[in-house]
Design a protein. Structure first.
Length: 213
């Protein structure tokens, strides 16, 4: 049994990650900014729900103490993308280091994946500027982790463009490093399967791992 802390546990992907971790018999701490707004994680046995902020190093360290791995599924649509994702990356590196957590999985976004060597989806001149600005936050996050993670074993897991919220887990998915793969869709449940498999048996490190059906 692993001890896993999930930041952003109130969102769809966060809830799916919590549910899959519980299904596999792990102990889970679900971190949300406002527990009163997110009662779902508390309904599962083996889940401790705590208040916390993934951009606050002290809060990260407090929530992550005693855990083996962390998942960051946070997003703040009211904050500029680069600001949020780099602040979270810095806080996670600091806080997880203090807490002695050795493995971090962060969620990426499909638009940063390559369709050809050196050509990302977001580089297409027809790509909407507002979505490019949001995507840049994940680019900055990846670059910061790559430059500053030190001994922390980290991975960015990147779902495809089409996330299906209510489809059940099949346990099957394809993966590729840095490039678009599969059908271009995946369920939240199977995305959670991919996350948990990389916690239980880490196979990829310090890369963007694209997962898809």
């Amino acid at each position: 049994m692993a001890r896993i802390v999930v930041f952003g546990a109130g969102g769809r992907v966060g809830r799916a990650a919590v549910a899959e971790a519980v299904r596999r018999g792990h102990a889970v701490t679900a971190v949300v900014r406002d527990p009163d707004r997110h009662p779902e994680p508390a309904a599962a046995a083996g889940v401790a729900v705590v208040r916390g902020d993934a951009t606050d190093p002290a809060a990260v360290a407090a929530a992550a103490a005693g855990h083996d791995a962390a998942v960051n599924a946070t997003a703040r649509l009211g904050v500029p993308s680069v600001e949020h994702f780099t602040a979270a990356a810095r806080a996670l590196l600091d806080g997880l280091g203090r807490a002695g957590v050795g493995r971090l999985l962060v969620l990426g976004i499909a638009t940063t994946l390559e369709t050809a060597p050196g050509v990302r989806i977001m580089d297409d001149p027809r790509f909407p500027a507002e979505y490019r600005a949001f995507s840049q936050g994940h680019v900055a996050e990846f670059e910061l982790l790559a430059a500053e993670a030190g001994p922390l074993d980290w991975l960015m897991v990147v779902p495809p463009m089409d996330l299906t919220p209510d489809a059940p887990a099949t346990g099957r998915y394809t993966s590729a490093v840095g490039t678009v793969t599969g059908t271009g869709r995946i369920s939240h449940a199977d995305l959670a399967v991919a996350l948990l498999e990389e916690i239980e048996s880490p196979r990829h490190h310090a890369v963007q791992l694209a997962v898809s059906h």
